[in-house]
Design a protein around this ligand. Structure first.
Ligand SMILES: Cc1ncc(COP(=O)(O)O)c(C=O)c1O
Length: 394
């Protein structure tokens, strides 16, 4: 019963999530979730951009079960077949040269930040300054909190690493005036996710690349949310017209099994050498089995073009809704990473709660954005039903 679970949670779990939404899901099927009362919901959240394949991919389940039966973990003292194969598949899918596996997004961002420092250290140049974007989100560890360009996350945890500088998104002049030959890296999300689905323009993304080249800094793309097909392509960066030196992935990569990765190319790929980094769990048999299945599925099927098509349909429906409801200020995002920015007359969180009551799982982001991150297997019929529910709520 939900009330029993709630009591345990309130007594024994640190209440960092406060009062959660009053639902506990126990079963996933196709694009649906079922709660403790058996009530059915259509999933437009996929565990915050994680469960990309939906809940009924039997190949995924079988692959994991086989690895559980055989061997889940040995340690990185030894070679791991699944890890080596996943590394190859990811490099082929992204055009990067090599990769390191971690257990979460924040940990993978940490790895990327270490790589940037080590890259300059190797050059006899101990650069520490890293530029990130105002409104960005990069994780909850101390370094990734510091990297996150939102004061509200910083206050209670000061002093933070003070080598981060934050610049406004899409303001090329500000970046040009901030970056110097002491800058180690610029880190950027191609679409600022948690911060409210703010798109980075092609012009800005390319300017980041050019300014990094000019000043010898590394360009890091945090593609934890945009990556692994979420925008309709394996990475969002290339379609913005520039390739970063380092790319960070997590979320959809494991389809629900925790795994993060940072990938590097060119000179950045040789920055971390023996003894510089490591992980007990990172890249173990089970995590790499999950991610290898996901990456193969994405690159050998038409799933990503489906994401692009369904996403375009979804965005069009949201734009049509905007014509009718003046409280929708803007439709944001790409692929199946979409949102509506609502004005002060409507609270995104209360729309979310009403939709939840009607059997639709969504999320909020930024100031007042209602956001949709469905599994890639979502279909137009599900979108139509959500749009009808949204009309009713708005
Ligand atoms: C862009 C981005 N970077 C980093 C993170 C942190 O990932 P994790 O929660 O797996 O540590 C997130 C999580 O929302 C994210 O969206």
């Amino acid at each position: 019963m939900l009330s029993d679970i709630t009591k345990l949670d309130e007594k024994y779990f640190m209440q960092v999530f406060g009062k959660r939404l009053p639902v506990c899901f126990t079963i996933g099927e196709d694009v649906y979730l079922f709660d403790t009362d058996g009530k059915k919901y259509t999933d437009f959240l996929s565990g915050i951009a994680v469960n990309c394949l939906g809940y009924s991919d039997n190949g995924f389940k079988t692959a994991l079960k086989n690895t559980i039966d055989n061997l889940m973990h040995t340690s990185n003292y030894f070679y791991i077949e699944q890890q080596a194969k996943l590394a190859e598949a990811l490099c082929n899918a992204t055009g990067m040269d090599n990769v390191f596996f971690q257990n979460s997004g924040a940990e993978a961002v940490e790895g990327a930040l270490k790589l940037a420092r080590k890259y300059h250290y190797n050059n006899g140049d101990q650069r520490q300054e890293i530029i990130t974007i105002k409104g960005s989100f990069h994780g909850r560890t101390l370094a990734t909190l510091a990297a996150t360009g939102q004061d509200k996350f910083h206050e209670a945890f000061k002093p933070l690493i003070d080598t981060f500088t934050y610049v406004a998104p899409n303001d090329i002049n500000e970046l040009a005036n901030t970056i110097t030959n002491a800058t180690a890296a610029v880190m950027i999300e191609p679409i600022i996710g948690e911060g409210g689905l703010i798109s980075i323009s092609n012009e800005y993304f390319q300017a980041v690349r050019a300014l990094c080249d000019k000043h010898g800094a590394l360009m890091i793309a945090d593609e934890i949310q945009t990556g692994c097909g979420r925008t309709g392509e394996f990475l969002a960066s290339p379609s913005l017209g520039a390739m970063p030196d380092v790319v960070v992935l997590a979320k959809s990569l494991g389809n629900g099994f925790p795994i993060g990765a940072f990938l590097a190319r060119g000179k950045a790929s040789t920055a971390l050498l023996q003894g510089d980094h490591g992980s007990t769990f990172g890249g173990n048999h089970l995590a790499c089995t999950a991610a290898y299945y996901v990456v193969n599925k994405l690159i050998t099927t038409d799933m990503m073009s489906q994401v692009a098509q369904t996403g375009a349909y979804f965005k069009q429906q949201l734009n049509d809704l905007k014509q009718v409801f003046s409280c929708i200020q803007q439709v944001r995002g790409k692929g199946l990473m979409l949102g509506i920015d609502l004005d002060e007359t409507v609270e995104a969180k209360s729309v979310l709660k009403k939709l939840l009551g009607m059997g639709f799982v969504t999320a909020t982001a930024g100031e007042n954005v209602l956001r949709f991150l469905p599994p890639y297997t979502i279909q137009t019929q599900h979108i139509d039903k959500l749009i009808a529910a949204l009309k009713q709520v708005l």
